[in-house]
Ligand binder design. Structure first.
Ligand SMILES: [Ca+2]
Ligand SMILES: [Ca+2]
Length: 225
């Protein structure tokens, strides 16, 4: 019982957020490890949506990779392209394009589609939507305000995560939704299929809430005895 309390209390103190993890095959690209997605963790705080893109290679040692998220929040959307004009598309209709890079001090842009693509904001602009890109030796993390995507607690969206190169016509070297190799050459086109991962915005778990949960579990176990 004490152990349970200790574990729950530790959880309450240590974790501000919980992430959903989505796995991808490894070795499913024609190009090395730098652009090979192994999994993606998605989480949200009260204000932000956070994608942690885990990769087989090291984006600190080699930094020219680009890490992208296509997001379908609502009906409509672009079925033929994306905010960067890359040969990457989503058959279900892409509404937002979150494009990030980890060279030149890291950065990101958020684009929105409403009949045509326009850039919402960028790390190098006013950035009122609090875009950020960070990296370590095995992952790239991109965050943006939920409100910039029109999302709030309880809303769900589908998404795909892509890796690509520095060339303006480079395609999706890897895609989270696909365990098979996406393309055979840099400029080949790729379209995400109809079955995509989904995430639902959750209320931010508070320390008080988790402490209450721990208390409730203790009471429950006492009653069962
Ligand atoms: Ca992969
Ligand atoms: Ca893949």
């Amino acid at each position: 019982m004490k152990k349970l309390l200790v574990i729950l209390s530790s959880l309450a103190l240590c974790s501000g957020i919980f992430a959903d993890s989505y796995s991808d095959a490894t070795g499913d690209t024609f190009f090395g490890t730098l652009l090979d997605i192994t999994s993606v963790d998605v989480a949200n705080t009260a204000n932000q949506l956070i994608f942690t893109i885990n990769i087989a290679g090291d984006p600190v040692a080699t930094d020219w990779g680009k890490y992208l998220v296509g997001i379908n929040t609502t009906g409509g959307g672009d079925t033929a392209g994306n905010g960067w004009g890359r040969p990457i598309s989503m058959s279900t209709g892409m509404d937002y394009w979150l494009g990030s890079w980890v060279d030149s001090g890291n950065g990101a842009e958020l684009w929105n589609y409403s009949g045509s693509w326009s850039m919402v904001d960028a790390t190098y602009n006013a950035n009122t939507i609090n875009l950020s890109t960070t990296k370590d030796t095995s992952s790239v993390t991109v965050a943006v305000d939920l409100s910039a995507l029109g999302l709030a607690v309880g809303n769900s969206f589908t998404f795909d995560v892509y890796t690509t190169g520095g060339g303006g016509t480079d395609g999706a070297i890897d895609a989270l939704s696909d365990d098979l190799q996406t393309i055979a050459n840099w400029g080949d086109a790729y379209q995400s299929g109809s079955v995509l991962d989904s995430y639902t915005i959750v209320p931010e778990p508070s320390v008080i809430g988790l402490a209450a949960l721990a208390g409730a579990l203790v009471l429950l176990r006492r009653r069962r005895r």
